[in-house]
Design a protein around this ligand. Sequence first.
Ligand SMILES: [Zn+2]
Ligand SMILES: [Zn+2]
Length: 341
Amino acid sequence: MAITDRSTAPSAHSISKTAPDRPPPRGPEPYDGTSPFPRNESADRHRVPPWQLAGTAVVVAFPFLALATAIGLLWGSAVGPADLILAAALYSFTGLGVTVGFHRGLTHGSFTPNRPLKIAMAIAGSMSFQGDVIAWVATHRRHHAFTDRPGDPHSPFRFGTSLGGELHGLVHAHVGWLFTSDTTPPSRYAPDILADPDLRAVSRAFPALCVLSLALPFGLGWAVSGRLHGALTALVWAGLLRVALLQHVTWSVNSLCHMIGSRPFRTRRFDRATNLWPLALLSFGESWHNLHHSDPTCARHGVDRGQIDLSATVIRLLERVGQIHHVHWPLEDRLATRRQA
Ligand SMILES: [Zn+2]
Ligand SMILES: [Zn+2]
């Protein structure tokens, strides 16, 4: 995918119109790797509608709402095994929808899926409450095009590299960026996804898929227990808390995996993506983020010995049963050229 950083320096044409007795207009200072990013003036002019901010606030407040509800609901009664099994199953289904489908498949083209699998993965990822498939892909491609420098939608270095700037940036990269009006145009970053009628249909169905993501545990909980109480506990544990946990794991890859961890592979200038092993299991291998930024189209992110990458395992299985093709598996000599000296 060819997304290039357009220079913001003044054009030769604009410079030639400058009066000779005045100094030429100065473009933005080039980024030095430590300063706060300059303000995005077009985003400042573009205010987010209050209903959109309210919707985002509801989604972000999920863990706290869910936890409060869970405590009230389960006071004096235990969580049933059905709730936890259902929570694990839906966490895996929607999580792999994001990691294998949205991320490695659709955003980076690490493999080519058959059409039914492409649609199924887009549906599964949409049920994670992380935005519709078109917006997700566009935002993430922009993150790769401008990693950790001005233009990155969620860099923890947005406010500079002082202690206060990094703490502010951590909150911004984790969740604060969702509340900014800094939108990413899909026509520029995801024209291939926009041109796909299947993915446009899944994108339009996003609100319905969010409802389904909660209705499913409610209905299954009722079916298994035969009681409304069982339906409600399944809704809380396999619905709300499962959504909240996966959201925070994904957001942690944006925030923590650019701040804490090891950097065994070289990345582009300013890009500070890290490998963070404690998140490897819960993130299905996405926290091997340093390798991913070093070689974005590689289907396996955990390339070294002992690096568990369940998304890559699933991709391998789907390849074996003929559901996906043209997988970009890691190549030893390619990796060697990317390792830090
Ligand atoms: Zn990243
Ligand atoms: Zn990526």
